[in-house]
Ligand binder design. Structure first.
Ligand code: ATP
Ligand code: LTN
Length: 331
């Protein structure tokens, strides 16, 4: 049986990925590369929607690639590349912009949230067309699955709509992909505000666990995490969002079931539990941070890996672009 194709992307908007990225998406990326034909990209063009110093963007793009490898993405198994190294992404995005409705793009909740936060004057057009570039990222590789967190469900839905519309109008060029979202891990919450998604662009990093944080910083963030009334360590997302979030994190990284963690901590206090969660997290993240630093110390090698990835990605992407151009009548 031929392998299924998988594609996903992550923005290099910050120095470090966070625990939400790791559990909601990146851990699946690593697992999926074993039995599938996987394409993973650092979406540096998407990151341009946020104003960033050029040197910093350069550094963060390399840091993102290093973190992906440190997490376990094996460049021999997966095609790991940088979005801007494959020009077909922009080329196909323009075609898709011309078959996407203005109203349809206006309904994207991420656009609405981000543009509301920044106000009309500070919102760039790139933020508006962002999901259409994402559709091109995805459809160029004809994937079956797109592993992402819950916040990306709507973008993958738009991608499917665009693919179906294109195929209907111009003949079948694109495979219709499916979002792969692991329900229990799709929304890891902020430790200071356990009803809000852990996010790179949170106003304070006190509740955001970064992969590259020191163990001391991680421990401190867990110790000061906001918990709920009562004393019991019990999973109840409505009444105990803080404890439930910590239980989800512990379970995802220790491999123990939520129930068995609840029994382990029966009769114990929140303090003991918070320290135990921190310990599990540190044991998982510390080696990743170390490996990232090692990879960053040999940038030439990192760049070489990304060049090989870009070559492989370009081959697949240019084939699809050629079919799409030909279908719409471009000579
Ligand atoms: P921002 O909030 O600034 O837009 P982000 O933290 O959501 O950034 P992205 O680069 O947008 O980071 O996301 C990378 C991947 O991580 C996506 O698949 C996204 O769905 C997933 N993800 C992000 N935050 C979480 C979270 N809190 N829980 C689970 N998955 C998440
Ligand atoms: N919008 C996504 C990042 C992203 C992506 C993609 C994810 C860009 N292109 C293609 C999956 C597939 C985000 O903000 N997480």
């Amino acid at each position: 049986m031929s392998k299924k194709r998988v594609l996903s992307g992550i923005q290099p908007t910050h120095d470090s990925f966070h625990l939400g990225n790791y559990l909601g998406a990146l851990k699946q990326w690593v697992e999926l590369q074993t039995d599938n034909d996987a394409y993973y990209c650092v979406v540096d063009l998407h990151a341009l929607t946020v104003e960033t110093d050029p040197k910093l963007l350069h550094q963060r793009t390399l840091l993102s690639a290093a973190q992906l490898i440190a997490i376990g993405i094996d460049p021999n198994k997966s095609t790991l590349f940088v979005q801007s190294h494959v020009p077909a992404h922009n080329q196909l995005a323009w075609v898709f912009e011309c078959i996407t409705g203005f109203g349809e793009a206006s309904r994207m909740t991420q656009f609405k949230d981000k543009s509301q936060k920044g106000g009309a004057e500070r919102t760039n057009v790139g933020l508006f067309t962002y999901p259409i570039l994402q559709a091109a990222d995805i459809l160029l590789y004809q994937p079956d699955f797109v592993p992402v967190g819950e916040d990306q469900r709507q973008h993958v839905e738009l991608t499917r709509d665009i693919a179906e519309r294109f195929n209907k109008r111009f003949g079948k060029v694109f495979n219709i992909p499916q979002a792969q979202i692991i329900k229990s891990l799709a929304k890891i919450n902020d430790l200071q505000d356990p009803t809000a998604k852990m996010s790179k662009s949170a106003s304070s990093m006190a509740g955001v666990i970064e992969i590259l944080d020191t163990p001391e910083a991680t421990l401190k963030k867990f110790k000061s995490s906001v918990t709920d009334d009562g004393k019991e360590i019990k999973f109840d997302e409505k009444l105990k969002p803080g404890i439930s979030n910590l239980l989800t994190i512990h379970s995802a990284l220790s491999g123990k079931s939520i129930q068995s963690i609840e029994s382990e901590f029966a009769g114990k206090g929140y303090g003991d539990f918070k320290s135990a969660v921190a310990e599990v997290v540190i044991a998982n993240l510390e080696p990743i941070a170390k490996r990232t630093q090692e990879l960053m110390s040999d940038r030439a090698e990192l760049v070489k890996i990304l060049e090989v990835g870009a070559q492989r990605a370009n081959q697949v992407a240019s084939e699809t672009l050629k079919s799409a151009y030909s279908a719409i009548g471009l000579i």
